[in-house]
Write a protein that binds this ligand. Structure first.
Ligand code: GLA
Length: 372
């Protein structure tokens, strides 16, 4: 991909780029819909991602091109919305960073769009890393993640939490990151030995995801307020039995998902450290059930994919991942069994659907980086 992006840049701008950045996508192993309640998540970075070739330009013009989407040109002194949709992530990050130096940039990527593997956060952090280098600013992964989240929340207008930006900014090779979304403290946990992470794209898009996502966020705030807490992070599993009498049944189920998911996520991180893949797998399955039944953010396609995976050889566990409502699921699989696992899962999934699934095996790569 590095060669693709350099060649794309050269044919568009007629010179070699000064900087090349690689920014990964991400998959979350466990801990979904917890980040905006200041809870715990356990995501890892992927080998698929976004590559960005950049040269600083004189003045404040930005010329932006890509291998997949229309090109655009705009001025840093007069940033506004409009133009090809992908450039909103670029402009949002330039805006959040208060970038001043013009750029020529070319983007290439291999993340499926809309599959829930964070192609948008990957692009934001790619731009962030490039601007820091072009303007000789020190690189701080946490700060960059917060700026990318600001771009997404305030420029793009998506009310996401901090998980995606944080893991893409700070990912470590070979490890998932246990992120405390309250303190932004990070603990890398190596994947269990002789296991592989398989991403199972259902081939369905995430319909209604945005409005339902915002609704779920509101429910969490309401539940926390009704329990007299700043956020659901402060509610323990033991508090839950008492909470049952103080919340409407639906609100109670939403809160129960978040509280138990935080607990499962921290336990899964510890099980990873003790190299206990079967226990991690069990927690993943419990997470899927909670997202499906209590939080109600799964979909028939995600449920079918997870059921197919759980019937396949070599599987430790499987669950939907990310926001839900379609897109990808994730499985933890015996490393030596990936091929039969994928064959079996694919055949079983295809029996019940017209959708085109896609299976990706990826190690945990590092976070966003400059390639020289
Ligand atoms: C999306 C958001 C994240 C997180 C997940 C659900 O990916 O961008 O912040 O809330 O959904 O865990």
């Amino acid at each position: 991909m590095r060669d693709v992006v350099v060649a794309g840049f050269a044919s568009r701008f007629g010179s070699e780029p000064t900087l090349v950045v690689r920014s990964p996508g991400r998959v979350n192993l466990i801990g979904d819909h917890t980040d905006y309640s200041e809870g715990f998540v356990l995501p890892m970075t992927l080998s698929l991602g976004t590559w960005l070739a950049v040269s600083p330009a004189t003045g404040s013009r930005v010329r932006a091109s890509s291998d997949r989407f229309d090109a655009a040109e705009f001025d840093l002194a007069d940033l506004h919305h409009g133009g090809p949709a992908w450039t909103e992530y670029v402009k949002g990050m330039l805006w959040a960073m208060e970038a001043t130096r013009g750029l020529d940039l070319y983007v290439a990527g291999n993340l499926p769009i809309g599959a829930g593997l964070s192609s948008s956060a990957s692009l934001e952090l790619a731009v962030g890393r490039a601007v820091a280098a072009a303007e000789s600013r020190p690189w701080n992964a946490k700060q960059a993640a917060l700026l990318a989240q600001k771009a997404e929340n305030e420029w793009v207008g998506v009310a996401c939490g901090i998980m995606d930006q944080m893991v893409i900014a700070a990912g470590r090779p070979g490890s998932a990151l246990l992120i405390d979304c309250r303190t932004l403290e990070i603990q890398p946990h190596a994947l269990p030995p002789e296991t592989a992470v398989v991403i199972m794209d259902t081939g369905t898009t995430r319909s209604l995801a945005d409005s339902a996502y915002n609704e779920r966020r509101r429910s969490c705030e309401q539940a926390a307020a009704a329990l007299g807490k700043a956020s659901l992070r402060d509610v323990t599993v033991d508090d839950l039995s008492e909470a049952r009498h103080r919340l409407e049944p639906e609100l109670f189920r939403r809160a129960r998902h978040v509280v138990t998911e935080n607990d499962r996520t921290v336990r899964a991180a510890h099980r990873m450290s003790s190299q206990d893949a079967p226990s991690v797998g069990e927690l993943m399955v419990a997470s899927h059930e909670s997202l499906r039944d209590d939080y109600e953010v799964s979909s028939p396609a995600l449920d079918a994919m997870v059921a197919a995976a759980l019937g396949a050889p070599g599987v430790f566990g499987a669950r939907m991942t990310g926001a839900g409502f379609g897109g990808a699921a994730v499985a933890l699989v015996d490393e030596g069994m990936v091929e039969p696992f994928v064959d079996h899962t694919e055949a079983a999934y295809r029996r019940g659907t017209e959708a085109e699934p896609r299976f990706i095996t990826s190690p945990a790569t590092g976070g966003v980086e400059l390639l020289t």
